[in-house]
Design a binder for this molecule. Structure first.
Ligand code: NAD
Ligand code: MG
Length: 350
């Protein structure tokens, strides 16, 4: 099922004039916030970073040469309010700044969760848009500095002014996304595919696949070190090949034995039952069951989340991996290292 109507926008489709005279309030200075703020400022846009009094990110933003005020003050002076605090705190931050939104202003997001699941309900006379870079913020910033682009998504939820899309495209251009290409989508599609992908495939699916493979080997008497290499470590080699050239490049690169074994046995693991489970996960995303559960979990102080995190950290594969990685130089070299300061920013307010 391919969508042949996909629209992709590039630099020539975006006009800087739609944002040139605007002031953008960037709320939050974490992964996305620091990159949006600095890229916008380097593109000549007036930026005010909105952070709470006492937020430890304030120092970093000032060091980077940016004006810092409270979220309310920043929003009061802005035409575009870019909401880049964590999704779980966005509704509370929105309550604080909602009175500062004037007719014709824009609420700008990098993920659709709170709009799509009605956790934020902006006034009818405000544009609501999304520019979601498809990378973590440190890469968005690094690509920009290296004159490279970062692919992104664009969505317009509400076009109150008639120029919401033009302004969003100008924003995308100013942070470097239209250099690479910006794909048009909707808040619903971005939110639901993002949640499904991370639950069923990327974060949930892949970790369970790894643990189940590891446990199967170890339970059958094989060494934990061998099980770790086969089921976790080599995952990167396989994913790198797929990233570069799709499934085809991966199949071409592995041995014929691996290819035949994979083609005949993969469907045994991800069988009809696993596919039905995926459909159920997608339904939970679509009908809001997952969103309600996660919102309630946060309101209750994250009791289950804490337990789940604890159990995952204590899985045997983690201890085995830590010891093994310490023995090999690739442990340190091959990982994308986030700059230390960004790490500090990201964890600052949590
Ligand atoms: P983050 O956790 O890295 O940073 C959030 C920042 O918000 C903190 O550094 C802090 O400055 C501020 N903050 C934290 N708690 C706060 C509070 N209680 N009140 C006020 N300010 C607070 O967040 P992020 O990953 O940059 O995510 C921001 C948005 O970007 C989210 O909507 C997310 O879904 C989206 N997004 C993230 C990525 C990514 O790779 N990180 C990619 C695309 C979209
Ligand atoms: Mg995601």
């Amino acid at each position: 099922m391919t969508d042949t109507d996909t629209t992709i926008y590039y630099d020539e489709d975006a006009e800087h004039s739609h944002i040139a005279d605007e002031t953008v309030a960037v709320l939050g200075y974490g992964s996305q916030g620091h990159a949006h703020a600095q890229n916008l400022a380097d593109s000549g846009v007036d930026v005010i970073v909105g952070l709470r009094e006492g937020s430890s990110s304030r120092g970093a933003a000032r060091e980077d040469g940016l004006e810092v005020r409270t979220p309310v003050e920043a929003a009061a002076d802005a035409d575009v309010v870019s909401v880049l605090v964590p999704d779980t705190v966005q509704p509370a931050v929105y309550e604080d700044i909602r009175d500062e939104l004037e007719a014709g202003d824009t609420l700008q997001f990098a993920h659709g969760f709170n709009i799509h699941y009605d956790q934020i309900e902006p006034p009818e006379d405000v544009d609501v848009t999304m520019i979601a870079p498809k990378t973590p913020g440190h890469l968005l910033r690094r690509n920009f500095e290296n004159d490279q682009g970062t692919p992104g998504l664009l969505a317009v939820y509400r076009d109150a002014t008639g120029t919401a899309k033009e302004e969003a495209l100008a924003y995308a251009k100013a942070i470097g996304c239209t250099r690479a290409g910006v794909v048009e989508t909707t808040f619903r599609e971005e939110t639901e595919t993002d949640l499904f992908g991370e639950q069923a495939v990327l974060c949930g699916g892949v970790t369970e696949l790894i643990k189940a493979g590891y446990e199967t080997l170890v339970d059958a008497g094989y060494s934990p070190e061998m099980a770790y290499f086969e089921c976790l470590n080599e995952m990167k080699l396989i994913v790198d090949l797929m990233y570069e050239g799709g499934l085809g490049e991966m199949w071409d690169s592995v041995s014929d034995t691996a290819e035949y074994g994979g083609l005949t046995r993969g469907e045994v693991v991800v069988d009809d039952h696993a596919r039905e489970n995926m459909e159920e996960i997608l339904e939970g995303v679509q009908n809001g069951t997952f969103a309600r559960e996660w919102i309630t979990e946060n309101q209750a102080g994250r009791p289950s989340y804490g337990q789940l995190r604890h159990a995952e950290k204590n899985h045997e594969i983690e201890a085995v991996g830590e010891d093994l990685r310490a023995l090999f130089s690739w442990g340190a070299d091959e990982q994308e290292q986030e700059p230390e300061r960004e790490e500090a920013r990201t964890n600052a307010d949590d």
